[in-house]
Design a protein around this ligand. Structure first.
Ligand code: SAJ
Length: 420
């Protein structure tokens, strides 16, 4: 392994991955310049504050800024290594990967590059994205040599090292998770390994760029397919009057069966996105991966239908009432339990859809937020206690406080199986 000593690096993109990574490097003695296109984000960080919620991140950033080891800027500066952690969403009907953020990060850092620099792409990327980034950089800096043309002798080293941390456990998993490092050459890989060794306690597994890219997509697709299996089971069991959670618990007693949990759909910005990169690149082969995406994307609609059916039953039992007399309570809006992250949340989407129906009121119980997003203006943020008087209850997220209370009276649609 090459023994480059990294004491000055740049992290481009100060979001859910880039900012924690920058703070952890700084905590391990590296001088970090964080780069972001958003001036407000840059100003917030330079005050030692954070713009995202993640356990232990606030303290890490304020310590790093106070120790003068982390500073944010909108214009990249020369550094020994550049880590790129920008979004890679999809676009269009075919879910085509949108590499425009990687492209603009490349053109931003190009002027700051110096011979000997290491560039690592951390963003979850379709196969081939790291090579495209290398091509964009080479085009912008014809005075430097790159691995695609000069191999081990190149001025610049490039690797892909996908982030794999779980939102809610980022500060912990950054240190303890194993890392897959795909260098454009073996030297690129070993330099990247030397950089991650600054703080990573897990294994560093070296490979090529395309395998590293595919490995990350594979991990999230594996989870998506397995959640889809659980979601499909829940819909099958519903037609047969079988409690799917009891069924899964029983089946999981088999030594080689480990079924995940059904829910209202798959949210977040990773698992619901990354499988499409595989489908888009191999549409004829990726039949199971595509179907899993479709099953999981259809689940929120199924929960809305179950709620409408519960309303029908309520009105049959209460013939003197109409929908305008009915109070509905939705429990949970976040994309998974015990976090405040509402991005791409099936629970939020279900609650918003129910909010368009002419109920007397639609209450939303979300203990992790102080105010509702604008898109949910038709809902009323409510305490758990108050919601228990509603006529129909829709459990969307298994937040800890919901697990502590008994099943409410009235009609219940429980998408998480916590109120048997
Ligand atoms: N979900 C279920 N049933 C389950 C497990 C999850 O319905 O049994 C739902 C959750 O409620 C949520 C969605 O799936 O809506 C995704 O949640 P998650 O906890 O499975 O994953 P994320 O999106 O928070 O993080 C994933 C992780 N990937 C894997 O576990 C393979 C994380 O390690 C990645 O770093 C992250 O994606 C990422 O950034 O790609």
């Amino acid at each position: 392994m090459k023994s480059t000593k990294f004491d000055n690096i740049s992290v481009v993109g100060l979001g859910y991955i880039g900012l924690p990574t920058a703070a952890v490097f700084a905590a391990h003695g590296v001088r970090v310049t964080g780069v972001d296109v958003n001036q407000t984000t840059v100003d917030t960080i330079n005050r030692g504050e954070v713009h995202i919620v993640e356990p232990d991140l606030g303290g890490a950033v304020s310590n790093a800024v106070a120790a003068r080891r982390l500073r944010a800027t909108v214009i990249p500066e020369p550094a020994q290594a550049f880590l790129i952690a920008v979004p890679t969403p999809f676009k269009g009907h075919d879910h085509e990967p949108d590499l425009s953020y990687i492209q603009s990060a490349s053109s931003m850092i190009a002027p700051a590059l110096r011979p000997g620099n290491l560039i690592i792409l951390e963003s979850t990327s379709p196969v081939g994205a790291t090579e495209r980034m290398a091509a964009w950089l080479a085009e912008a800096r014809p005075d430097l040599t790159f691995p695609q043309t000069h191999g081990e002798a190149s001025d610049i080293r490039i690797a892909h090292c996908p982030e794999r941390v779980l939102p809610g456990k980022v500060m912990q998993e950054l240190i303890t998770n194993d890392r897959i490092i795909g260098g454009m050459t073996p030297l690129c890989s070993s330099e990247a390994e030397a950089l991650y060794r600054v703080f990573v306690k897990g294994e560093c597994l070296l490979t090529d760029t395309c395998t590293a890219e595919m490995a990350k997509l594979t991990e999230n697709s594996f989870r998506d397919v397995n959640i889809a299996f659980a979601n499909e089971l829940s819909m099958i069991c519903d037609t047969k009057g079988i409690n799917v959670w009891e069924l899964i618990k029983l089946a999981n007693h088999h030594p080689r069966v480990n079924i995940l949990q059904p829910g209202p759909g798959v949210g977040g910005h990773c698992i619901a996105v990354d499988p499409w990169f595989i489908v888009n690149s191999a549409p004829d082969q990726a039949r199971l991966i595509r179907t899993a995406r479709e099953v999981n994307d259809a689940k929120p609609h199924w929960v809305v239908e179950k709620t409408t059916a519960a309303l029908g039953e309520f009105l049959i039992e209460n013939p003197d009432k109409s929908i305008g007399d009915v109070t509905l309570a939705c429990y949970g809006l976040a994309f998974k339990p015990d976090i405040d992250d509402l991005r791409e949340s099936p629970a939020l989407n279900i609650a918003i859809q129910l909010g368009t129906m002419p109920f007397k009121s639609v209450l939303a119980v979300e203990p992790n937020i102080a105010e509702l997003p604008k898109a949910a203006a038709a809902l009323t943020l409510s305490s758990l206690e108050n919601a228990r008087n509603a006529d129909i209850h829709v459990l969307l997220v298994d937040h800890a406080p919901f697990k502590e209370v008994s099943k409410p009276n009235g009609f219940v649609v429980d998408s998480r199986g916590i109120w048997p």
